[in-house]
Design a binder for this molecule. Structure first.
Ligand code: ADP
Ligand code: MG
Length: 432
């Protein structure tokens, strides 16, 4: 058998970053093939390695190990047949729309006499005719992103990679642009053989893609790959649309479910430290109250995203926090309040803080922090010192995130304080 119909193949790709004292596995044993004609979505929570994978696929970065084949040939250096559209496309403010697009053609070595005609044709195709001479500042966010698309399409890539291309736009512009891109793709007006779109938005993936590749983090890995057999145009309110969305939610929420009491170990101890989900803890009570009002204290996770108007990524992080604290459990796409969660939802503000504090004290990361503070003079320590200690476990950016979260949660529980001026974290009197 020949593999000639594969546009791209990733075989057992691993990416290890060594920025912190401990090497950090961002991508683990990732294999994937892309064929011509496919519009695939790569879906997963923030930090699962989606952008890293796009950089590997387009040759901007070689993986630590594993193979990247493009049309059966090992990829060496930047892939000339692929381009990426980023979340915010960096347009040059001093160049017009037309000049911004022409620049991409110049970079690809197209002779000057061909640049202008190709550019005008592309601008026309994506609906930007009439704006050739406009400067980026005159355009709305949605229009600017369209210029980004035009610039990517102008070089006629075989593989068009999109990295969360709609996530910085307002709701309406995003929806318009999604529709326009789909129309270009389904009508064959794109010079592109395949699209790979990265997103953390479940509905967006189901709305647009023919195939969804689902990833999880810690470490970033593939957990499922399935086809979306819905015809275009798709409608979010259709039953079969909701069914697919439900399926993905169930899958992702099930993955974040801690095994019974699986809280991980403290930093520096053997075994992985469980990362805290990135949410401001003040968002949690809203979710708990909403669940408390639901029949049987049970709620369909998909419907929940709609009800409380948060993005899917953020909702899954909130749910993860509720599970981690023992306030809720997740099964088959439903979230269910535990008796403790019920008590929390019904409690007064003070009562809630006490319940939350009691649960927080059990989390290894929090225990570790309080041990450090207790061992320090005046029960206080500089932020930088604590972060440096955490960098033995996480790479620097993640260490900073984790410290921000644990301090935010500790302040909410009134167990910790933080003084922004002196950048000092300290234990509250009688805290922890
Ligand atoms: P995503 O796009 O899914 O949010 P990324 O690919 O950006 O994920 O990052 C995956 C993980 O790798 C994250 O934890 C991120 O902080 C880390 N990471 C990304 N790039 C680097 C780098 N150059 N050095 C160290 N860590 C990195
Ligand atoms: Mg990313």
């Amino acid at each position: 058998m020949t593999n000639n119909d594969f546009l791209l193949e990733l075989k057992d790709v691993n990416q290890v970053y060594a920025a912190g004292a401990r090497p950090f596995t961002a991508i683990k044993n990732f294999s994937l093939t892309l064929k011509e004609g496919e519009f695939s979505a790569l879906l997963g929570p923030s930090g699962c390695g989606k952008s890293t994978l796009l950089r590997i696929i387009t040759g901007l970065q070689p993986p630590t190990s594993g193979e990247v084949l493009y049309r059966n040939q090992p990829l060496i250096g930047v892939n000339p047949h692929a381009t990426i559209v980023f979340q915010t496309f960096a347009l040059f403010p001093w160049l017009t729309v037309q000049e911004n697009v022409e620049l991409a053609l110049e970079a690809r070595g197209l002779p000057p006499r061909l640049r202008a005609s190709r550019t005008l044709e592309i601008l026309d195709r994506v609906g930007l005719d009439g704006f050739e001479n406009a400067y980026p500042r005159e355009l709305s966010g949605g229009m600017r992103q369209k210029v980004g698309f035009a610039r990517a399409i102008a070089v006629e890539p075989e593989l068009l990679c999109l990295d969360e291309p709609f996530s910085n736009l307002d709701v309406l512009s995003a929806e318009t642009l999604r529709g326009e891109l789909l129309e270009l793709w389904t009508s064959g007006k794109l010079p592109t053989k395949a699209i790979l779109m990265v997103t953390h938005n479940i509905e967006e993936a189901v709305f647009m893609a023919d195939r969804i590749v689902v990833m999880e983090k810690d470490p970033g890995r593939l957990i499922m790959d399935f086809n979306v057999d819905l015809s275009h145009p798709r409608h979010r309110k259709d039953l079969d649309f909701e069914e697919v969305v439900d399926k993905v939610y169930a899958l992702l929420a099930g993955q974040t479910q801690p095994e019974h009491e699986e809280l991980g170990t403290a930093p520096g101890e053997p075994g992985p430290t469980r990362r805290l989900p990135k949410i401001p803890i003040s968002d949690l009570p809203g979710l708990m109250e909403h669940l408390e009002k639901a029949t049987d204290h049970r709620h369909d996770i998909y419907a929940l995203a709609d009800d409380i108007k948060v993005g899917s990524d953020q909702l899954l992080s909130l749910i993860e926090a509720a599970e981690l604290l023992g306030f809720a459990t997740v099964a088959k796409g439903d979230i269910h309040l535990t008796p403790l969660g019920e008590t929390f939802a019904e409690a007064s503000i003070i009562g809630r803080k006490e319940i939350f504090a009691a649960r927080l004290r059990r989390l290894p990361l929090f225990k570790w922090l309080t041990t450090i503070l207790r061992a320090s003079e005046k029960n206080q320590q500089k932020w930088e010192v604590v972060q440096a200690a955490l960098e033995l476990e996480f790479h620097p950016e993640e260490a900073q995130h984790q410290l921000e979260i644990v301090v935010d949660w500790g302040r909410y529980a009134e167990l910790l304080s933080y003084d922004d001026k002196s950048r000092v974290i300290f234990l509250e009197f009688g805290g922890a």
